[in-house]
Design a protein. Structure first.
Length: 369
């Protein structure tokens, strides 16, 4: 009698077939939501880019054409503002539906950085003032409890004290934000490198994270909508400081998430976390470091605007157009990332770094020299 009651009351364990079916349904639902926010971001971004571009043109708010400019026709810096508004709307919709979440302090930091970008696009803000706001945003971001707290064996160092974590995190935040801003010099370059970054991070999150990180597909969609206008010579828009600084701050947050040893987005058994983080941002970091060294050698300010960047060399020295240069750099950055992954499975970290340095030096003399 007791056995009969138990069979009637206690829930039966699902069969293996039913379990597999439920997992397939869950996967379809998750990817369906991902693509929904991807298309939502793309649609909103395309609409807002068109609307804001027309508004900027009517008010003659053009991006000035100067000696170092890579464009000669009329264009506006409305792309970054459209990207920021798309991000806010997608987040608001996702939050209302209960399918999207992000730490409040991270959102506040993104807003601070984006707003200083809006100010710089509409007016002129000195780099010292922008630097101060970026440092303040980095301090705010620390409150999200996502920061660099472990070197994962680099230089033989693992866990580091909080005060060191705070200083290093703020420094890296400012570096990443400005490195993306500094490479935003030709059509599609910063946007496509960001698409590559968020596609890789989004794929890893979809596999390893239990939460749906819908911020990522929203940003990818927003970038697709932007590129539709950035590629259009008659309605050209640029990211401006608003877009590049916002994207740089979001990328920095995910880099910290990767390096934070409390997250399981990726493990050091797959590839060294610091190496993976550097490879994700290889072109902005290498190009910015190279530009700063050249400017220091010439006794110039590291923030002076010039045409010493590698993408400028492809245009000025190699005769490539904007999109040929952009796709060349995108291919090189992807090849470095793939090579790093492949070598990490068979070589020690020091040998991987050595091989990557040799590869990048060879690429420089083959393509950029």
């Amino acid at each position: 009698m007791l056995k009969t009651i138990r069979r009637q009351v206690l829930p039966q364990a699902p069969s293996p077939t039913m379990t597999s079916f439920l997992r397939i349904v869950e996967a379809i639902f998750v990817f369906g939501i991902y693509f929904l926010f991807l298309f939502l971001g793309a649609g909103l971004s395309a609409f807002l880019n068109g609307y804001l571009n027309n508004t900027f043109n009517l008010n003659k708010m053009y991006d000035p054409v100067v000696e170092r400019s890579s464009h000669k026709d009329k264009a506006t810096r409305s792309g970054g503002l459209a990207l920021f508004l798309t991000f806010c709307i997608c987040y608001g919709i996702g939050k209302a539906l209960g399918v999207i979440s992000m730490n409040l302090y991270a959102l506040i930091a993104f807003c601070f950085v984006a707003l200083i970008g809006v100010g710089d696009d509409l007016f002129t803000i000195k780099y010292r003032e922008k630097f101060f706001v970026q440092v303040f945003a980095g301090i705010v971001l620390l409150q999200s409890s996502v920061y660099i707290n472990n070197f994962h064996g680099i230089f033989g160092i693992y866990e580091i004290p909080y005060w060191a974590s705070a200083v290093i995190t703020i420094y890296v935040f400012v570096v990443i934000v400005n490195s993306l801003n500094l490479i935003d010099g030709i059509d599609g370059l910063a946007a496509l490198l960001c698409v590559k970054f968020f596609v890789i991070v989004g794929a890893i999150l979809a596999v390893s994270s239990k939460e749906m990180e819908l911020v990522v597909p929203s940003i990818i969609g927003a970038l697709i909508g932007f590129l539709l206008y950035n590629m259009n010579p008659h309605k050209k828009v640029f990211l401006g400081d608003t877009g590049s600084l916002l994207l740089g701050s979001v990328m920095a947050f995910y880099i910290f998430y990767i390096l934070d040893d409390r997250s399981s987005i990726i493990t050091d058994s797959n590839i060294s976390r610091p190496l993976f983080a550097v490879l994700l941002l290889i072109y902005p970091l290498v190009d910015t470091l190279r530009a700063f060294i050249i400017r220091a050698y010439k006794k110039l300010s590291p923030f002076v605007a010039d045409r010493v960047h590698l993408h400028h060399r492809l245009i000025d020295k190699k005769g490539l157009n904007h999109w040929q240069s952009t796709l060349t750099i995108l291919f090189v950055s992807i090849s470095v990332l793939v090579l790093g992954f492949l070598l990490s499975s068979v070589l020690s970290l020091s040998l991987v770094i050595l091989c990557l340095l040799v590869y990048m030096i060879g690429i420089f003399f083959l393509i950029f020299k």
